[in-house]
Design a protein around this ligand. Sequence first.
Ligand SMILES: [Zn+2]
Length: 235
Amino acid sequence: MERILWWKRLQRGLMHLFFPECCVGCGAGLTEAETVLCLGCQLLLPETGYHAHTLNETGQRLAGRIPFVFATSFAYFVPDGLLQQLLHGLKYRNRKDIGRFLGTRFGHALQEAGVCVGVDYIVAVPLHPEKERIRGYNQSIIIAEAMGAVLGVPVLDGVLVRTRHTESQTQKTRAERAANMEAAFAVRHSQSLAGKHVLLVDDVLTTGATLEACAQALLGVPGLSISIGTIALAG
Ligand SMILES: [Zn+2]
């Protein structure tokens, strides 16, 4: 047994020697204790740190549209900033490790803030199946699973589903976006969610139209309450 551990450790050490992982932020080689970002770049992440504040910026953006218990975001999305780089790697370069890294960090931040005490389940905002097929994975589920592992909260996959492909949102006004998203989601196996507190997780909060449409579907479940957690809060 010990021999196997020793061999595994040697293997890992040699892999690291020949294929050192690089920091996504600055390109420096990472130590064995670091993943995705070097410690220096980790400190540069513009974390919001406002998880326990009831009227934080995330909550303000969603207030009056979604009745939530708490709503918060891990960090600020600065154009061309470090978080944008990370999310780009996660979504378009198959870097699932970035999703696990961000979800773990967010999970620890929420745990420290003590806001997740009553949360029963984590649910990720689904991608349309066709989009997920092309990408190979849903980045929000990877984030949600890492958060769930830290918080000890199960992630429910397949209870919230996207029922139709929505057009691109970028050229639309807020009202047009909301209309575009209407009825884009549905809840399956709703009996498992009745009376539960669900933490709805997405990668980026921009207008909130997607989260609003998800919440609309979820709130059809009797007695369900919602909280919102996104990795990034965009401008
Ligand atoms: Zn770095």
